[in-house]
Design a protein around this ligand. Structure first.
Ligand SMILES: *Cc1c(COP(=O)(O)O)cnc(C)c1O
Length: 219
């Protein structure tokens, strides 16, 4: 199947309230343009330089999601245009995003990345830290808006494990949602988005199931 066919078959399978972020890392601008012209607006990248290069050559209507680890010294490059940063993993990063957002006179939407995987190779903050930041950030950082949570499950074939990890984040999301006006729960990738949907995801980040396997990979 072509990329467009893959995209549309996934799109059709998603409930109406779920946003599909097409993860286009390592894929050329032409491949993104083809999907954009078929109606896909949200695209995700995990590297700042690649994101900026693609932003510059592609239609400005695209909503760009930064989904990979973000270094503080690179926030300034994406601050003018990024739609949503999924990978806020510390308060000091949030502080820098606020600073750059102020310079751009815009509010930058963010998700807190919470560590849910049992394996400790993944970025993300502890649940308690996410809760603490949500309770205190608004007056400190008026140019950021935290709209939800993001998580990545352990890379495993064990569906029960993945489900358990997603469920733990959904529980935290539901707990924090009323007080802090959260809207977005970003869980689920190509291999596990169906489980994530069953566990209440409303934003999935899907790359290889649309574009095919990546030849090289660096998460
Ligand atoms: C690469 C990546 C994805 C998409 O992975 P696929 O398995 O190709 O769907 C989702 N989220 C993050 C954070 C990624 O780095």
């Amino acid at each position: 199947m072509s990329n467009v066919e893959n995209l549309h078959s996934i799109q059709k399978s998603l409930p109406e309230n779920v946003t599909l972020v097409a993860v286009s890392k390592t894929k050329p601008a032409e491949a993104i343009l083809e999907l954009f012209e078929s109606g896909q607006v949200d695209f995700g990248e995990n590297k700042v330089q690649e994101l900026v290069e693609k932003y510059e050559v592609l239609p400005k209507e695209i909503k760009w999601h930064l989904i990979g680890h973000l270094q503080k010294n690179k926030v300034k490059y994406i601050a003018p245009f990024v739609h949503l940063i999924h990978s806020v993993d510390s308060e000091s990063l949030l502080k820098e995003i606020n600073k750059q957002a102020l310079k751009q006179e815009r509010i930058i939407l963010c998700l807190l990345q919470v560590k849910i995987a049992e394996e400790d190779s993944k970025f993300g903050m502890e649940k308690e830290e996410a809760q603490r930041i949500l309770a205190t950030y608004e007056t400190k950082f008026p140019f950021v808006k935290i709209v939800g949570l993001m998580g990545m499950a352990t890379f495993t074939d064990n569906e029960d494990q993945i489900r358990k990890e997603f469920r733990s984040l959904k529980i935290l999301f539901e707990k924090l949602k009323p007080s802090f006006g959260l809207t977005t729960l970003s869980i689920g990738m190509s291999g596990d988005y169906k489980i994530a949907l069953e566990e209440g995801s409303n934003m999935v980040r899907v790359g290889s199931a649309i574009f095919g396997e990546r030849i090289y990979d660096h998460p």
